[in-house]
Design a protein around this ligand. Structure first.
Ligand SMILES: [Zn+2]
Ligand SMILES: [Zn+2]
Ligand SMILES: [Zn+2]
Length: 476
């Protein structure tokens, strides 16, 4: 092996990389990085697993991170946000795509006949909380100027002083509850249209949903949802003939209009939270018809939004509250006396809000989360905890049980495949899960790569990107 005099290498990352390359177990180190597929911030674990034969108690195989060149095992971070980890978010988007697609055209565990069921793509938006700089079309904005399409002012309040920030944050905080009510009312509206009681309707029909949240430029969440009608057992059965796309669309409009949650507070008065008037309901084309919205387009659209943060700047891709004091600004001293948190100097914020690299309007949404979050009547909303989501605390993408496969099932598939691969490489026989037991002890050791490994990971990501583009351009 050629040994290099590393003192002549100026860059610490390159110096670390050369160390790594000269390591006797470099192949294994590189294999670990390869498996992560370019993950930006992998988790380092230490520990061991032992596989036992449950009938004899014999140890069939064991693995410990002590034998790894770095003394630890790297696993992918699995973050859904593209601003945090492009590689893992792409995997998340791909999984989301497959589960939405399976619910529309069949695949995985869903039969192909599902494509004949009535289904629509609906968008439920937020109402107005005050005039905003409007769209750059034929008419000039109310502020008197004509905005370029890329103007950062677009969709932000015309007059921040009178904009209802409390209402906007409370809408985001209740968006999940508004959605839950919408689904209850929708089932009711469908039963009415079929001339049945709700109980009788449940016996002949089931409503399935898959939705994703998206942030509009004005910092409000709205929902895109695939809504599908099945028979009582789900995707394997069609609904009764009276359950048509037209009936479904009509029931959606009626249900959305009925939803309302009222919030009363001394600080911000009374707020009636409702969906916005803009409600888009479109039929999703069945295979072979030429309606404009295809199942592929819907799945791609949902997958795209599943990896976005509240703000495109990347400043909001993690929580903003101070961990040691849990956002309260105070910690308890030895005798139980509250003292000002030394980490955040009592602000409760992990990063000072004025220094966040976000637009003024977004910052004001965050500030409102903080102010309302301190009020006892809003304590349950945990607004400081969800400030980076601008108050929205629901799950980013959700689906009802019967829609299609779950993200967890897709991940399990992949894990099983990887394990299988590892076994093939080691030339080991397949184990019978009914007579084997895996005992594992794992500890979190940290996250991220060493500077040299980071270079290797970047190379893996770059190569995969090239391969992906090549495939997309029709290569093979
Ligand atoms: Zn990752
Ligand atoms: Zn304007
Ligand atoms: Zn603190």
């Amino acid at each position: 092996m050629v040994t290099l005099d590393l003192h002549h290498v100026a860059s610490p990352a390159v110096r670390d990389l050369l160390h790594l390359v000269n390591h006797p177990d470099f192949d294994r180190a590189q294999q670990q990085i390869e498996h992560l597929g370019g993950c930006t911030e992998p988790v380092r674990l230490t520990g061991r697993t032992t596989t036992l034969d449950t009938t004899t108690g014999e140890v069939l195989r064991s693995y410990t991170t002590d034998t790894e060149p770095t003394g630890s095992l790297l696993t992918a971070c699995g973050n859904r946000r593209a601003s945090r980890c492009p590689a893992c978010s792409r995997l998340y988007a791909a999984d989301t795509y497959h589960l939405i697609r399976a619910g529309l055209s069949g695949g995985k565990t869903v039969p192909n006949t599902v494509r004949t069921h009535p289904r629509v793509f609906a968008t439920l938006t937020a109402p107005s909380f005050g005039p905003v700089h409007n769209r750059p079309d034929t008419r000039p904005c109310r502020c008197g100027t004509r905005h370029e399409p890329t103007d950062a002012l677009l969709s932000t309040p015309l007059d921040p002083a009178t904009y209802d920030y409390a209402g906007a944050v409370l809408f985001n905080a209740h968006a999940g509850a508004l959605w839950a009510r919408f689904t209850t009312y929708l089932r009711r509206e469908i039963a009415v249209r079929l001339g049945l009681t709700q109980k009788a309707a449940r016996a002949v029909l089931r409503v399935s949903f898959a939705k994703v949240a998206e942030y509009q430029k004005r910092g409000l969440v709205h929902f895109h949802a695939v809504i599908r009608l099945d028979g009582p057992d789900g995707s394997t059965q069609p609904p009764p003939p009276a359950a048509t796309v037209t009936m479904l669309a009509d029931a959606i409009r009626a249900a959305a209009a009925r939803v309302s949650i009222s919030v009363v507070s001394d600080a911000v008065g009374e707020h009636e939270l409702v969906w916005g008037e803009q409600l888009d309901v479109r039929e999703i084309a069945a295979f072979g018809t030429d309606a404009e919205l295809t199942d592929h387009a819907v799945a791609a659209y949902v997958a795209k939004y599943a990896t976005k943060s509240a703000d495109s700047s990347g400043a909001l891709d993690r929580a903003l509250f101070c961990r040691p004091c849990q956002g309260r600004g105070m910690t308890l001293a030895a005798h139980g006396t509250p003292v000002t948190c030394t980490t955040c100097s009592g602000t409760g914020q992990a990063r000072p809000l004025p220094r966040l690299a976000v637009e003024r309007h977004v910052r004001q949404m965050i500030r409102t989360c903080w102010e309302l979050g301190k009020r006892p009547e809003f304590e349950a909303l945990k607004l400081w905890k969800w400030a980076h989501m601008l108050g929205f605390r629901g799950h980013f993408s959700t689906k009802s049980r019967c829609y299609s496969v779950t993200l967890g099932a897709l991940r399990d598939d992949r894990r099983a495949w990887r394990t299988e691969q590892a076994h093939t490489h080691a030339g080991l026989p397949k184990l019978d899960p009914s007579t084997t037991l895996v005992i594992g002890h794992w500890a979190y050791h940290g996250s991220g790569y060493s500077p040299g490994a980071q270079l290797l990971a970047a190379a893996v990501w770059h190569r995969r990107e090239l391969e992906r583009q090549f495939t997309a351009e029709g290569g093979c």
